[in-house]
Design a protein around this ligand. Structure first.
Ligand code: ZN
Ligand code: ZN
Length: 316
């Protein structure tokens, strides 16, 4: 019997945010896409080092939406992709810059408006203060870091059609009405304005043969049911049998008092959609996770920093 060391200094570190590396393999072809980059560069780089990420192989970085907990590590990610490519060039290998796939509607800044009941105990609330979340990386900063910015508001495919990126997610359900208290800063008017719906949010999708659609959702500001319904419509190819969702992973945004009222209806509709598996994380909230697990036992899997999922085609 041999003994191996396990160094707890090498485990990943958690933070409020999301970043998922997606690898697609078909025959002898492989494509890698990075979906979001977490809240800041230090945590992104530390975790990337521990996970031994091959930055030279990342072809596209897709940002789900302009919120700093998803874009905060993006400049560092682009820099690392560029650095890895420069090393490749020294070995005479041809490289092309990493593509940074972004929604064109970049806000000057986003944040939340904190409120309190007024008078105390009532359901009417008055604003107390704005909390600014910091500026997302700019298009020019991402270009300067070596990225090739690609602005897309409409649904499109990337990496030789291995993956799809959605356009605007239609808001169809009656109860998924955005997030109260979200606000957007305007540099020109120096004012905050209410922005309940984060309309620039997009999801990433892939199809795994014999399994179904695999959906990566950033925060589900559109509502995770709206996300799933749009995936089926936009990427189901018009065939009922191709609309099956195998896996939904990411933020379901059902945490917090104002969002938890939607859990019951979400669970009811999720049962209809019936994905084979779900991995709610990030902003999903423990009540939503346990409600989904109770209603769809065995279909909810745990998601944490450093999680790995392998989804493979099954030969008959
Ligand atoms: Zn988020
Ligand atoms: Zn968000």
């Amino acid at each position: 019997m041999t003994t191996v060391d396990f160094n707890f200094a090498d485990v990943c570190c958690g933070a409020h945010g999301l970043s998922i590396l997606l690898t697609g393999i078909k025959d002898d072809k492989e494509h890698k896409v990075l979906f979001d980059t977490g809240p800041h560069s230090a945590i992104f780089l530390e975790n990337a080092k521990r996970l031994e990420i091959e930055f030279e192989k990342i072809e596209v970085i897709v940002l789900s939406h302009w919120h700093i907990d998803h874009s905060g590590g993006m400049l560092a990610a682009v820099e690392r992709c560029q650095h890895a490519r420069e090393q490749q060039k020294q070995q005479q290998q041809s490289t092309s810059p990493v593509v940074v796939d972004l929604h064109p509607d970049r806000p000057d800044e986003r944040g939340v408006c904190l409120t309190r009941p007024s008078p105390p105990g009532s359901t009417v609330s008055e604003p107390i203060e704005y909390v600014a979340w910091g500026k997302d990386p700019s298009f020019s900063a991402l270009e300067s870091a070596g990225g090739k910015v690609s602005k897309n508001a409409k649904a499109h495919t990337i990496c030789d059609s291995f993956f799809g990126v959605s356009g605007t997610i239609p808001r169809k359900t009656t109860y998924e009405t955005g997030i109260p208290n979200h606000v957007r800063w305007s540099e020109s008017t120096k004012t905050w304005s209410a922005e309940q719906e984060i309309m620039d949010e997009r999801y990433l999708v892939a199809r795994v043969r014999s399994k179904g659609l695999v959906v990566l959702t950033g925060c589900s500001h559109a509502g995770v049911i709206n996300v799933c319904q749009d995936v089926k419509r936009a990427f189901g190819g018009g065939n009922k049998k191709d609309e099956d969702i195998f896996f939904v992973v990411g933020g379901f945004h059902l945490a917090g008092g104002s969002m938890e009222t939607r859990i019951q209806e979400t669970v009811k509709d999720m049962k209809e959609i019936n994905p084979t598996y779900m991995a709610p994380g990030h902003c999903s909230g423990w009540r939503a996770k346990s409600a989904l697990e109770n209603a769809m036992t065995g279909q909810v899997v745990s998601l944490g920093v450093g999680s790995d999922f392998f989804i493979t085609h099954q030969q008959n």
